[in-house]
Design a protein around this ligand. Structure first.
Ligand SMILES: Cc1ncc(COP(=O)(O)O)c(C=O)c1O
Length: 454
């Protein structure tokens, strides 16, 4: 028997014979305990898997070992945030050194300046940046900055797009045909936890619809502070913007004095120079998160110097921004060590691997006669099991965050050694992955789809 040093680390070798779905599994026992002390047994709805999830013990590189001792290839990477995979040696060593030096001070540190400098230097449309602890917080700060800068209160967002858990961007995150209204002028749909006054402050735009967007923006031009856009929105199934759509949004916003906020919390992993640089577009504000924290909680609001000046306490100071753990040196160290390793070559290699897996999924499923549209770019992919044209949120008919078939598929993938999303055929790559592991994903997907269909 091995001794357990940390809670969650595998307790003994015998567990290696017990799968997570067995009655005696530690995952099941942990979930039963979790249900007693956490509503729904979790702190994060995006990882819910019925009847219970697999509990992790530890990870290294592209792999995670669960509490029963089974190793799997991780295609989620903590929902895209771990671009170097798990427990990268360089990041871990740097963080360990920082832990010994102290984890958080009410004083700034050098590493906070260094990560800011690295990001400002890489991304042409970022002059200045401020750190916080999550993408949601960063989105909130960007929206507040836009209101303060423009003196207008409304924002516009795209139907179905996910931007975190700030009330104003949770509008029409997952509307249904019962409530989404006119396709040319979608309703602002909020859940009961959000005040209806919030809905009135948000204009909902249909993705890829030039005419409707022009019309809606024109109609609200004097009230809109910003349009927030994710250049490859996961909530809209990573349906790519139509040719010229992002440029069109830039042109429209500029014309009406509306700020363009690029939400790159997830899509910053697409490009060394930032996701918007691919379109040659310069947003006014950019929101970052995930990979820039190197595995630790992080967010950042960044952008043009004059817009960012709303945070400057020495000037006309309009947006108060506090946060006990903002820019803490542990996160900053992990982020800096990660971003240093993400050279242009590293991004290129991930992009080629992404092309490979997207092509293989399309080809393998195509050969079996399964209708599929594979979306995504760089290190990101989503496979939609449809042959219908995908243009916007409403065209994702078979795609639902709550479709139980994806949970079943996820279990099938887990049983074949692959960690993927319980809410769709969604995945992302990390630098330690090999081509053989990508092939492993495609084979497991092929077999799992057959098993679910059966
Ligand atoms: C595009 C986008 N914006 C914002 C967020 C919120 O980030 P966080 O989960 O760090 O609050 C996410 C999270 O997945 C995201 O994908």
């Amino acid at each position: 028997m091995t001794q357990t040093n940390h809670p969650g680390e595998i307790a003994n070798e015998e567990r290696r014979t017990v799968g997570y779905r067995s009655e005696a599994s530690l995952s099941k026992q942990l979930y039963q305990r979790a249900e007693m002390v956490m509503p729904g047994g979790n702190s994060r709805h995006s990882i819910v898997l019925e009847p219970y999830p697999v509990y992790a013990s530890h990870g290294r590189g592209s792999r995670i070992v669960d509490v029963e001792g089974q190793e799997r290839i991780d295609f989620l990477n903590n929902f895209t945030s771990l671009i170097l995979g798990h427990a990268d040696a360089q990041v871990t060593n740097a963080v360990q050194k920082q832990l010994e030096l102290g984890t958080a001070f009410t004083l700034p540190t050098q590493v906070d300046v260094e990560l800011a400098e690295l990001l400002v230097e890489r991304v042409p449309y970022i002059d200045q940046i401020r750190f916080c602890n999550s993408g949601s917080e960063a989105v909130m700060m960007a929206v507040k900055a836009a209101r303060a800068f423009t003196g207008r209160s409304k924002i516009a967002k795209f139907e179905g797009a996910y931007h975190g858990i700030y009330d104003y961007v949770q509008v029409s995150e997952g509307p249904t045909s019962d409530n989404w209204g006119d396709p040319e002028a979608p309703e602002s749909v909020v859940e009961s936890s959000v005040s209806p006054t919030v809905a009135a402050e948000v204009v909902v735009l249909p993705w890829n619809n030039f005419n409707a967007c022009r019309e809606l923006i024109q109609q609200h031009k004097d009230e809109l502070s910003a349009i927030i856009v994710d250049p490859l929105p996961t909530g809209i199934g990573m349906i790519a913007p139509l040719h010229g759509f992002i440029e069109f949004l830039r042109e429209l916003t500029e014309r009406h004095g509306i700020l363009l906020i690029s939400d790159e919390v997830l899509t910053f992993r697409l490009s060394y120079h930032g996701a918007m640089s691919e379109f040659g577009v310069e947003p006014d504000l950019t929101v970052l998160g995930k990979i820039i924290g190197g595995g630790f909680p992080v967010g950042a609001v960044a952008g043009r110097r004059d817009v960012m000046s709303v945070f400057d306490q020495r000037g006309s100071f309009k947006v108060h921004h506090g946060g006990t753990f903002n820019a803490n040196p542990v996160t900053m160290t992990a982020g800096l060590e990660t971003m240093k390793q993400m050279t242009p070559d590293a991004f290129d290699r991930l992009g080629r691997m992404g092309d490979y897996i997207r092509e293989r999924i399309a080809q393998t499923l195509g050969e079996r006669g399964i209708p599929v549209k594979v979306c995504g770019k760089g290190s990101l992919f989503i496979a939609h099991l449809t042959d219908e044209e995908l243009v916007d949120f409403r065209s994702l008919k078979g795609y639902s965050r709550t479709n139980p078939a994806y949970g079943e598929l996820c279990h099938e993938m887990l049983s074949r050694g692959i960690i993927t999303s319980p809410r769709g055929i969604f995945g992302c790559l990390s630098t330690p992955m090999t081509e053989a592991e990508l092939d492993g994903f495609v084979e497991a997907l092929d077999q799992s789809l057959t098993a679910v269909a059966g």
